[in-house]
Design a protein around this ligand. Structure first.
Ligand code: DLL
Length: 440
């Protein structure tokens, strides 16, 4: 595979504040933050009370750090105010709603004004230009169209840069392959888990994506995945894979995105103010320290959120990126603090296990983590078809290799079950990797 193209910010995108000095950025952030705080103070009773409780006057904001006096907004606050409780504009200014259901409980509804849609499409356009997608590209959008932001927000941004968008949605793998061949798809937007499944479907049909398709790059996001998974997908398809991060609460995809250097995701700080906190104490951490990402939307109109706890664990990468963009980068998301599980007293993120599995030769595309008790962990792993050739020695060796490598990484010895490809359920949207059957 040839080295990815490095796209430097050009003058058009500089106008969009893609490249901006530290001080100019801080000034811009403060200006937008002040506007946002004034809007929510006047229009959202929930925030009005919060400001009063903290003794904070939005007319008197002197620095970005002043918002540290406010307590965090959580997903419970969104649920409690469902559907319109946090609206900062009148209802007739709202042109769209997206929801995010999370793992438990009521949905969280996020409203968009016309300008919110325009801003999110512009941010996606910035991400696409940064990674080389534009006029002449054919982008097959395999994310779910509907209440989920994944497909629609990307769709609007991709049209903005002049790409031809195929609104395929996920699933119906036969048809996906047909579309890719008929239209000569050059870019796919897809979840990591579905891209792995699609790879095995292509293999089964004897299609070599490197020779038989026209693909050049993929945008993968909406769920955590490891660097090993990226490498695996890049090798199978012969393409560049870029990590894309976002959440409905901040308008969906386009919050942070990798450039050609693929070394962390540029978080668009002219639209979002980022803090990393200790998830236990809420204390704000220094750049480089790992913790939970907290975001404040600086330019959303319909439903700006102040100090929103994303639950995503990451860190700010220190230093400036070689591409020249000044927006700070966040590292690959390690996992959600609520995905973390404890086995034998050890904290484990599913992604740590994925990282180990995807680096082992013979391991195929799908796996599942089964929790039956608090001191025991079973991992079901699909392995390459050829390994089921009747040679039990090979299987035992692979089982031992997986057991040892996982234990070395997470410090807990797992039980490994080897399965044929296709044995585990396939997800078209976000994958459910952990089955937790434990009772308290
Ligand atoms: O997943 C938005 C999105 C769509 C992002 C398509 C990228 C591509 P939600 O359904 O609200 O929105 O889920 C947001 O998904 O808080 C993370 O936990 C997780 N997530 C999103 N992108 C990544 C990523 C969309 N690149 C939640 N790596 C977030 C890891 C991710 N986790």
């Amino acid at each position: 595979m040839k080295a990815p193209e490095i796209i430097r910010p050009d003058s058009y995108w500089q106008k969009q504040d893609e490249i901006i000095g530290k001080e100019a950025l801080a000034t811009l952030q403060l200006e937008h933050l002040t506007k946002s705080l004034r809007r929510v103070y006047s229009n959202v009773p929930f925030y009005h009370t919060r400001f009063d409780e903290a003794g904070l006057d939005p007319e008197n904001i002197k620095s970005l750090e002043d918002i540290r006096r406010l307590s965090f907004t959580t997903s419970d606050d969104l649920r409690a105010n469902y559907p319109f409780g946090l609206l900062a504009v009148s209802k007739d200014e709202v042109v769209r709603v997206h929801t995010s259901s999370g793992t438990t409980g009521r949905a969280k509804a996020i409203c968009f004004s016309k300008n919110d849609i325009e801003c999110s499409a512009t941010l996606i356009a910035r991400c696409l230009v940064m990674t080389g997608t534009g006029k002449g590209d054919i982008l097959q959008n395999m994310m779910t169209y509907g209440l989920f932001t994944g497909a629609l927000i990307m769709h609007y941004g991709a049209e903005k840069v002049g790409a031809l968008v195929i609104p395929a949605g996920p699933g119906n793998t036969e048809r996906q392959i047909q579309l890719m061949r008929d239209f000569g798809t050059t870019v796919i937007h897809i979840t990591p888990s579905y891209s792995l499944y699609l790879a095995s479907a292509l293999q089964q049909k004897g299609i070599d994506p490197r020779k038989d398709l026209n693909l050049r790059r993929a945008y993968l996001g909406a769920e955590p995945y490891s660097e090993e998974t990226r490498k695996k997908i890049e090798a199978i398809y012969g393409i560049d894979v870029y990590n894309s991060y976002g959440l409905t609460e901040m308008s969906g995809p386009g919050v942070a995105f990798e450039c050609g250097y693929k070394n962390g995701m540029h978080l668009w700080e002219d639209h979002f103010f980022a803090e990393i906190i200790d998830p236990e104490t809420g204390e704000v951490l220094e750049d480089g320290q790992e913790g939970e990402l907290v975001l404040t939307s600086l330019r959303r109109e319909a439903m700006p959120l102040i100090r929103y706890r994303t639950r995503d664990i990451t860190k700010i990468i220190t230093g400036v990126c070689e591409c020249g963009r000044t927006h700070r980068r966040i590292s690959r998301i390690l996992g959600r603090s609520d995905d973390m599980f404890v086995v034998k007293g050890v904290n484990v993120f599913p992604q740590q296990i994925e990282q180990v599995l995807m680096g082992i030769k013979g391991v195929a595309q799908n796996y599942q983590i089964l929790l039956e008790s608090y001191d025991h962990l079973t991992i079901r792993v699909e392995i390459a078809k050829e390994l089921f050739d009747g040679n039990i020695e090979h299987l035992l060796q692979l089982q031992t290799e997986i057991t040892d490598k996982v234990r070395a990484d997470i410090l807990v010895k797992p039980k490994i079950e080897l399965l044929e490809p296709g044995a585990l359920p396939v997800s078209e949207g976000k994958a459910k990797r952990v089955i937790d059957n434990r009772t308290m």
